[in-house]
Write a protein that binds this ligand. Structure first.
Ligand code: ADP
Length: 663
């Protein structure tokens, strides 16, 4: 048996850090790989060795199998850990590793392959007695056949791309009249995304919970499960909160689902870490197989926290050919664990990813808290990769205690510089239905009002502006060399007020104040508020008003202030320039990149006629594809981007002359 002494990690970010940690613990030397964009990343510094593998575009670095294997050989790595995403579920990659004499830390390639197709996966599961969603998964893919199969079921039905993933190529159909066009569009999307247009048809479970079971196998035919994770809190088919135990599973159901998952593992000769996903219908107590993820999941820490196991270590041991050390009867869940994913994204704007620099990332230390992150103050969230900032994991005796801690943590976490979902997560943890475990996979969409989650009251804005104003005042005060005895803001006419104007979401906030006898007086309508500045230390400021002590973190970048206060939350205010530059004018008929993106496909050429609603261009930003459509009939005047380009938000992509303008 070949011992693993060194591991190349074919991944980046927090999962690379996570794997490095276990390597260190086991005395295994870790080799990181990094692209241009990751040159200064934390995980690269943490690894024992690091190798540059090319451009930031993942296709030219983290997804380049040949290059990864070549690097692994050149550093004489015994094994490759693929993490999640990228090459982790690529059977060809697993095979290439074996051919090159390198151990792939994951299941055997046949198991990966078998789970790569939804129709085959379902077929195999049915054969082995794992419950699946009723439906059609046949070879006859004609529209007539798919329609007739769909009509055998009650509406709504679900069309799914056999080769699909990430919710792509999926269509919910509510009535017969919509079937044909839904089939066509699902096929089109599936073909362009996966190079295969086969579909399966399923009964749509209208109110389902996503419950998954962690499985583990070894090369000696042993397979066990490590209990469940409830992952129903999702947005855009992607998880944001995961927890264990699930608030709805009875001991009997847990046992039954666990046994089904082990049957799935046995059916696949499964020999590493994997996850069997089920959709659970609360009203009937039925559960159905969805898919097997043949890798370590993002949310694996939840399982580690309640079982006390190190899943990465178990992966390494299984890949090395060691037998599982733990038996099913010894697997015990202790307490409760929850994970919340902190993302750079705009919750109020359909969770669109955002890019930018994290100016400050600091959080309170707490018992039972585990942070998985490869971000530090100054880290960049780039357009190339997933915008996850950190995973916040809390372990406690029970749900209630853990939720209280999570809420406290989210209030006190300082993560400033870009928009994040921090306020959204906080809001979520305060919803009664969330606290009581009363939800299905539509919870965020149906039950959370996403508008104004981060809205602030007049009073809160006023207080935040005071913090910003005092930080600036203090800076001016410290930098004045001359006239030391005359405080900054001194006016020859004693009662003159100074004025600062700030903008918050385009709303203008005017602050008038004067400084006298060590106190600041801020005008608040008719009232005059006296404020005493207590301390400014680094980015932290504290002041007192009406006997109440306020504490803010304030970061200034250019004219922008990023502020955080535990009660008010995060906010950004802009200092209004005294002589503002002219705002960039919007080009008539212009189509701009809505966010920093890469141009994937341009469907039109100059002088081409287009119809309103026609697709013009496909862009990608942080794993998310976006199509921009024509807003009116007209003629393409000019195209300014080309395929493969990386563009900033606001970049003018093309110009369209409207039909009216042509006539
Ligand atoms: P993907 O491979 O694209 O992630 P999945 O089969 O795992 O596809 O499904 C993604 C999500 O879609 C699930 O987490 C679940 O919320 C929902 N879903 C899948 N199948 C069904 C179904 N038959 N009925 C209702 N919801 C479903």
């Amino acid at each position: 048996m070949k011992q693993i002494n060194s591991i190349l990690i074919a991944n980046r970010g927090e999962i690379a850090s996570r794997i490095i940690r276990t390597c260190k613990k086991m005395g295994i030397s870790s080799i990181a790989v990094y692209s241009d964009a990751d040159r200064n990343a934390l995980y690269v510094k943490q690894a024992d060795k690091a190798v540059f593998i090319g451009e930031s575009n993942p296709a030219l670095s983290y997804l380049d199998m040949g290059k990864i294997i070549q690097v692994a050989q050149s550093v004489k790595a015994d094994a490759i850990h693929p993490g999640y995403g990228f090459l982790s579920e690529n059977a060809d990659f697993a095979k290439s590793c074996a051919t090159a004499g390198i151990i792939f830390i994951g299941p055997n390639p046949e198991a990966i392959q078998a789970m790569g197709s939804k129709s085959e996966a379902k077929g195999l599961m049915e054969e082995h007695g794992v419950p699946t969603v009723p439906g059609y998964k046949g070879k006859d893919q004609s529209s007539t056949r798919l329609i007739s199969e769909a009509l055998k079921m009650d509406f709504p039905v679900l069309l799914k791309a056999t080769a699909g993933g990430g919710g792509k190529g999926m269509r919910i159909v509510h009535k017969e009249a919509d079937l044909e066009s839904a089939i066509e569009s699902a096929k089109r999307e599936s073909l362009s995304s996966f190079g295969n247009d086969e579909l399966i048809v399923e009964k749509y479970i209208s109110s389902g919970r996503h419950i998954e079971i962690q499985i583990f196998g070894d090369q000696h035919g042993n397979a066990i499960h490590l209990l469940e994770r409830e992952c129903s809190i999702q947005r855009r088919y992607q998880k944001v909160i995961e927890e264990s135990p699930s608030p709805v599973l009875t001991e009997a159901l847990r046992k039954q689902m666990g046994e089904s998952a082990v049957m799935a593992a046995k059916a696949l000769n499964y020999d590493n870490a994997g996850t069997v996903e089920f959709i659970f219908e609360e009203k009937t107590g039925n559960y159905y197989f969805l898919e097997v993820n043949t890798r370590l999941q993002v949310e694996h820490p939840v399982t580690e926290e309640i079982t006390g196991l190190d899943l990465v270590q178990m992966q390494i041991e299984s890949a090395q050919g060691l037998a599982l050390k733990i038996k099913q009867k010894n697997v015990r869940g202790c307490g409760y664990a929850i994970e919340a994913r902190l993302y750079a994204e705009d919750a109020e704007n359909d969770f669109t990813p955002v890019t930018g620099k994290i100016l400050k990332f600091e959080y309170p230390e707490m018992d039972g808290l585990r942070i998985e992150s490869a971000i530090e103050s100054g880290s960049e969230i780039s357009v190339f990769y997933d915008p996850m900032i950190a995973k916040i994991i809390i372990r406690e005796e029970n749900r209630q205690q853990a939720h209280r801690k999570l809420n406290y943590f989210l209030k006190n976490l300082v993560c400033l510089g870009t928009k994040t979902n921090q306020d959204f997560l906080l809001h979520l943890t305060e919803q009664a239905d969330f606290i009581n475990g009363n939800y299905d996979t539509h919870f965020i969409k149906d039950k959370i009002n996403l508008k104004n989650i981060a809205a602030k009251t007049e009073e809160e804005l006023f207080t935040a502006c005071i913090a910003a104003c005092l930080v600036d005042w203090n800076k001016r005060e410290n930098s004045r060399g001359l006239l030391k005895s005359v405080p900054s803001g001194w006016r020859s006419s004693f009662y003159d007020y100074q004025k600062e104007t700030y903008l918050h979401n385009d709303k203008e906030l005017v602050l008038q104040y004067r400084y006298q006898d060590d106190l600041f007086y801020f005008k608040n309508g008719e009232e005059l508020l006296s404020v005493s500045l207590i301390q400014v230390e680094g980015d932290e400021i504290s002041f007192e008003t009406k006997g109440l002590r306020w504490q803010f973190t304030v970061l200034k970048s250019g004219m922008d202030f990023y502020l955080h206060n535990a009660d008010i939350g995060n906010l950004k205010i802009e200092q209004k320039e005294r002589f503002p530059k002219k705002k960039k004018e919007k080009v008539k008929g212009g189509y701009e990149a809505p966010m920093p993106s890469q141009i994937l496909k341009i469907m039109v050429k100059p002088n081409q006629e287009v119809k309103s609603g026609e697709a013009l261009i496909v862009i990608s930003s942080m794993k998310m594809e976006n199509t921009i459509y024509a807003e009116e009939d007209g003629l393409i005047e000019e195209v300014y981007a080309k395929e493969g380009d990386n563009v900033e938000a606001g970049f003018l992509l093309m110009k369209l002359k409207s039909k009216e303008a042509i006539l």
